[in-house]
Write a protein that binds this ligand. Structure first.
Ligand code: PLP
Length: 361
């Protein structure tokens, strides 16, 4: 099976939009070339529209989703601060790990995996946290958590939301929901290869930046001067990954051309088709009903099935990649992604038919 024929239905990366790949062929520009800076401005504008925000500080961080997570955290947390973090899977755990490395006190609020983080427990976990953190779309379990109620009740705290798996695949309304800091990744519903982490930061969060961030590279006071806040000095900070930014621009163009609402609707339709198809094959869905992500479906692997062998056959025979479970669910669930350019009916039909054939063997 040629590599180019892979159908990437794991938790990420997805198949990128053709526009995102073609963009790598653009001739190189200098990272301070006015043409490049104009394209970067356009990228930031398009990101604002996807994040649902007017935040000036909305930029692609040079690094994967985890770099966005660290950026948001190291700029607002340090010793003496308190971070309340909802954990219903691997990425909430990671947020706790990163936050604790800043010296802040972390109040971890655990929820059963596969269920959402809920406002009541999160908001009552501490009387005056500096930050409340949560994951909108938990890729390790396939569960969606609602942000708006937590934003409405956050009080004086800053609200940090991981939207690595949701941005471009689910509605996201940072300003309406009271989100102060959010980060995503290019390789999921944005339909671009991995390598950048779009983030958005409210003015309220900027007013509370720590005096000196513990990371030089991810210091937003320095990055903001280069990347794109209005009136920025455009001074050299680091050499931007130009071709990745071209690629992100290509992916965002594909989304804008199709229309954001249509793209979100396509993810919803494909997610329903994946879930119906897998239930039709006899699988039990893992995430709680009413909180299932369309772009990432989790199913329990029936006992007695050699799950690694089936995934390997799916890849070897049909060129389809799906993901195994993480943490305590390794070997127990499969994670089926339907994100970005992969979220097409033909891919769903192929997966369900192929999996049905392998399970019947
Ligand atoms: N947060 C979530 C919800 C994720 O799914 C991922 C990656 O899968 C990350 C954070 C980390 O992103 P990356 O692997 O791009 O560093």
């Amino acid at each position: 099976m040629p590599r180019s024929d892979r159908i990437l239905m794991g938790p990420g990366p997805c198949n990128p939009y053709p526009e995102a790949i073609e963009a790598f062929g653009r001739p190189m520009l200098g990272h301070l070339d006015p043409e490049f800076l104009a394209l970067l401005d356009d990228v930031c504008d398009r990101l604002r529209s996807l994040f649902g925000t007017t935040n000036a500080l909305t930029v692609p961080i040079s690094g994967t989703g985890s770099a966005g997570m660290e950026t948001c955290i190291v700029n607002v947390l340090g010793p003496g601060d308190v971070a309340v973090i909802g954990v219903n899977g691997v990425f909430g755990q990671r947020m706790c790990d990163v936050a604790s490395r800043t010296g802040a006190e972390v109040v971890r609020v655990d929820f059963e995996w596969g269920t959402p983080v809920t406002a009541e427990r999160l908001l009552n976990a501490h009387p005056s946290p500096t930050l409340i953190g949560m994951v909108h779309a938990e890729t390790s379990t396939g569960a969606r958590s609602d942000v708006a109620e937590i934003g409405a009740g956050k009080g004086d705290a800053l609200l940090l939301v991981d939207c690595v798996t949701s941005l471009g695949g689910l509605e996201f309304r940072a300003d309406d929901w009271g989100v102060d800091l959010a980060y995503s990744g290019t390789q999921k519903c944005l339909g671009v290869p991995p390598g950048l982490s779009p983030i958005t930061v409210s003015d309220r969060a900027r007013d509370r930046f720590v005096a000196k961030s513990q990371s030089w590279y991810l210091d937003l006071r320095l990055i903001g001067d280069y990347v794109g806040t209005p009136g920025a000095k455009r001074a050299y900070h680091h050499t931007a990954p130009i071709s990745m930014i071209f690629s992100l621009h290509g992916g965002l163009t594909a989304i804008a051309d199709e229309g954001v609402d249509a793209v979100i609707e396509r993810h919803a339709t494909c997610g329903t088709a994946v879930q119906d198809g897998l239930v039709g094959l006899g699988f039990e869905l893992f995430a709680q009903e009413g909180h299932r992500l369309p772009q990432l479906t989790t199913v329990r692997v029936p006992s007695g099935v050699d799950e690694a062998a089936i995934r390997s056959d799916l890849l070897g025979t049909y060129g389809i990649e799906i993901g195994g479970g993480l943490g305590e669910y390794a070997g127990k669930v499969w994670r089926v992604g339907c994100m970005g350019h992969t979220a097409r009916e033909r891919n769903v039909t192929t997966l369900v038919a192929a999996l049905g054939e392998l399970m019947a063997r």
